[in-house]
Design a protein around this ligand. Sequence first.
Ligand code: BES
Ligand code: MN
Ligand code: MN
Length: 462
Amino acid sequence: MSEKKQEFSIQDYLNKNKEYFEHLLFELLRFPSVSAVPEHHQDCCRTAEWLERYFQKMGLSTKLIETDAHPLIYAETPVLEGAPTVMIYGHYDVQPTDPISEWETEPFLPTVRDGYVYARGASDDKGPLLSHILAVEYWMKSSQKLNLNWKFFIEGDEECGNGGTQNFVSQNSDLLACDYIVLSDSPQFAPGQPAITCGLRGNVYYQLDLTGANQDLHSGMFGGAITNPCNALTKILSKIQDENGQITVPEFYDDVQRITPERREQLEMLPFEEDEFYASVGVKEGFGETGFSVLERRWLRPSFDIHGLTGGYQGEGGKTVLPARASAKFSFRLVPDQDPQKITRSLNAFLQENCPPGIQMKLTSFGEGAGGLFIDTSSTCMQAAVRALEFGFGRSPFFICEGGSIPIISTFAQSLTPNIIMIGLSQSSDHAHGPNEHFSLTDFHRGIKTSMMLWRELASLS
Ligand code: BES
Ligand code: MN
Ligand code: MN
């Protein structure tokens, strides 16, 4: 078939199946596959089974792999000897729906408003993941066979990071062997402006528990004499970062890869207005390390955020209590070449040193953490992705970095291949992780179109 004819056939298939694609997306969005909440374990398993059945229906052979947490799905197309192999990664688990009262419609009842489907997981990551699945299905059905093998590797613990996916990947590099890895779990640069992500930050996540007296006390009788864990917590946490946005934990910056002049220049070329960025989230100004631009602070420098604080009286009115306990959840975003374990050791020592008298402290880290990474964009597969995005979006993508983390990607780079193509299909304004998460149906269809072309472009590289 000529290239033009093929492109026509792709468009025709997209037009004919538009409603079917959306119907399928809504079906997937109805599963409350919240990995962090134990009550949703069965829902996660059911989501994995749904995906497995779909792969089987497409003609792939599949494996549902049990882990310490939620099942992994592996699927592969019938082997074409000598053809290159691409592995598609995604995650079917989603974030908790908290705060539920701020949702305008039920998080697991997909609802379309103004061309967007509203549901938890729509943008992160079920919509983008399904785009790739549907694009592979097209080529499986097509009479024209591409010189390409496909593998899918989909996890259910990306959002909580404790299922041992990293171990599985390092121990099964034969099963997962591939020439390219493709995923869409990062956003476009701006609505309609696609991006290829070539850098991600890593992450290391903690809970800090402080205990004081053996029970809650009257703050009039005991205040001034007994250490208050809430006071202690705010004091300790405020020591982690100074007023210039610098993290004060000793050795924290030791291994940070400095920003090269090339990378700085690349960032400066992107059309990005700091004021507009602030306005987009309803603030007039922001805070971060002095001496760095907003994009540098978000993509190329580490950061520190407290995610939740618990302690003392939170009910209505006042209660003069001196609480017995307080705790916080917080994390660092890491950049290449920071080592999460080393950071944890330094942090623990720093906190012990700064722990006020009369307080017992416990620091717990969740998961193994992950380092940051950069992807080399000079490989030919990046140009294949550029052409695919031009076809799908009608615009050339920008090469960008992102500040979020996909912990498994560093393991992929170490044990499978450095050819990792991260195609942004969602938008940063989709409210991923927040209430009223949504995904543009236009982006969904553009994603399928892009992916259909990506397979043809990758197949023609060999
Ligand atoms: N899809 C995101 C990662 C992401 C976000 C990449 C924004 C690029 C830009 C992923 O699902 C996610 O949320 N990851 C977590 C990982 C954490 C739980 C270790 C994150 O970044 O907070
Ligand atoms: Mn994601
Ligand atoms: Mn996420």
